[in-house]
Ligand binder design. Structure first.
Ligand code: 13P
Length: 341
C-alpha cells in the first residue's frame, strides 16, 4: 500500500470548494427516480442521463472532485463511444465505484440490515482499479426505531465496513466509509446524535482493529438531524452545531475529509446545513458533500428524459453543484440561490 498516494487522492476528493457526486444508484433505485419523472429506465436512458451530468463541464471541472459510479456505468461508453470514465477524467474529476452489493435482512435482528459484497471483493477491486477507479464506496444502513438499532447490527456493519476499507487500501483504492443512520423515523435530533455517535465509535474501533490507515480514507456520515416524522424539526444552526460536536467527539483528526450524504434532506437544507458547519470553522478535517439526491433531483426534473432538455438539465446540475461548492467553503447565502436562477 502506498499511503502517501492514498492520502493525496483523499485530499483531492475533499479539496477546497469541491465535493463528490454520488451517481451510484442501483438498478432498482434509478428506476424509482426515473419513474418519478416519467422516464423508462433502460441501459440507454441511464447512459444518456449520466452522460448529461458528466458532460456538464463547468460543474465537473470547478465543483465536483469525483463521481461515485455504479458497476453498469463504469463499463459504459458515451453515445460517441468514449468511455464515461474518460469523460470524468477529462473534466479533471476522479472516478470512483460503489462496491457494496446492497443490504440483506440481518438474521436474529428483526427489521435490521447487513450490507453484502465482501466475497470476491479483492478481485473486483483490481478490475475497477484497471478501469480507472481510485476510490470506492460501501454503505451500511442503520435504522432508528423502537428497540433498534441493536448492538448486533452496529457491530456487524462496522466490522464489514472495516473489512471493505482494508481490502480497498490493499488494492490502492481510497475507501469511502459510509455508516448511514437513516432519518426516516419519528425520533428527535438528540436520539440521532446518540445513535450516530455509537455507530461512529464502533466503526472507528473496527477500522483501528483491522489496521486501516485513517489518512487514506474518507468518512461519509449522516448529519445530526431530526427524524422526518418527528414533530419537532431542528433548525439549521442546531443541526450544524450538533453535527460538528458529534463528529469532533468521534472522528480522529487524521481522517483527511468528511463528505456528507444528503439522506432525503431537501436540496436547500443539505446546502444550508453544510454551509453553517463550515462557518463554524476551526475543524481538523475538510467538510464537504457527497450528495446523490440533493445534487440530482433538480437536473432529473429539468431533463425528464428529453434530449432537447440536456442544456437545462446541465444548468440545474451546475447550479446545485455551485451552491454546494460555496457551502463547502462556508460562503453560501440564500440570495445566491436566487441570483443564479
Ligand atoms: P443521498 O445524498 O441521496 O443520500 O445519496 C448519497 C449516497 O451515496 C447514499 O449512499
Amino acid at each position: 500500500m502506498n499511503l502517501a498516494e492514498l492520502n493525496k487522492i483523499a485530499r483531492a476528493m475533499t479539496a477546497p470548494g469541491k465535493g463528490l457526486l454520488a451517481a451510484d444508484e442501483s438498478g432498482g433505485t434509478i428506476k424509482k427516480r426515473f419513474d418519478a419523472i416519467g422516464v423508462e429506465s433502460t441501459e440507454d436512458s441511464r447512459r444518456d442521463y449520466r452522460e448529461m451530468l458528466f458532460r456538464s463541464r463547468e460543474a465537473m471541472s470547478s465543483y465536483i472532485s469525483g463521481v461515485i459510479l455504479y458497476d453498469e456505468t463504469i463499463w459504459q461508453n458515451a453515445k460517441d463511444g468514449t468511455p464515461l470514465v474518460r469523460l470524468i477524467e477529462e473534466a479533471g474529476a476522479i472516478p470512483g465505484i460503489k462496491v457494496d452489493e446492497g443490504t440483506q435482512a440481518l438474521p436474529n435482528c428483526p427489521g435490521e440490515l447487513i450490507t453484502a459484497g465482501l466475497d470476491k471483493l479483492a478481485e473486483r477491486l483490481a478490475k475497477y482499479y484497471d478501469r480507472g477507479a481510485r476510490f470506492a464506496k460501501w454503505r451500511a444502513v442503520i435504522d432508528i426505531g423502537a428497540g433498534i438499532p441493536s448492538m448486533t447490527a452496529i457491530s456487524v456493519n462496522a466490522h464489514a465496513l472495516a473489512r471493505y476499507a482494508a481490502l480497498c487500501q490493499a488494492a490502492q483504492i481510497v475507501p469511502i466509509v459510509e455508516p448511514e443512520v437513516l432519518m426516516d423515523g419519528d425520533h428527535d435530533i438528540d436520539r440521532c446524535v446518540e445513535v450516530t455517535q455509537r455507530v461512529l465509535n464502533k466503526t472507528f474501533q473496527e477500522l483501528r482493529l483491522q489496521r486501516v490507515a485513517l489518512e487514506g480514507m474518507i468518512l461519509k456520515p449522516n448529519m445530526a438531524v431530526s427524524g422526518k416524522k418527528s414533530k419537532t424539526q431542528a433548525g439549521v444552526a442546531e443541526v450544524a452545531e450538533k453535527t460538528v460536536r458529534m463528529l469532533k467527539n468521534c472522528v480522529p483528526a487524521s481522517v483527511p475529509g468528511i463528505a456528507f450524504l444528503s439522506g432525503g434532506q431537501s436540496d436547500k437544507d443539505a446546502t444550508a446545513h453544510l454551509d453553517a458547519m463550515n462557518r463554524i470553522g476551526g475543524l481538523p478535517w475538510a467538510l464537504t458533500f457527497s450528495y446523490g439526491r440533493a445534487l440530482q433531483a433538480a437536473p432529473q426534473k429539468a431533463w425528464s428524459g428529453k434530449s432537447d432538455n440536456v442544456p437545462v438539465g446541465q444548468q440545474a446540475f451546475t447550479h446545485r453543484a455551485h451552491m454546494n461548492s460555496l457551502a463547502s467553503k462556508g460562503e453560501w447565502t440564500p440570495d445566491q440561490e436566487q441570483k443564479a436562477l
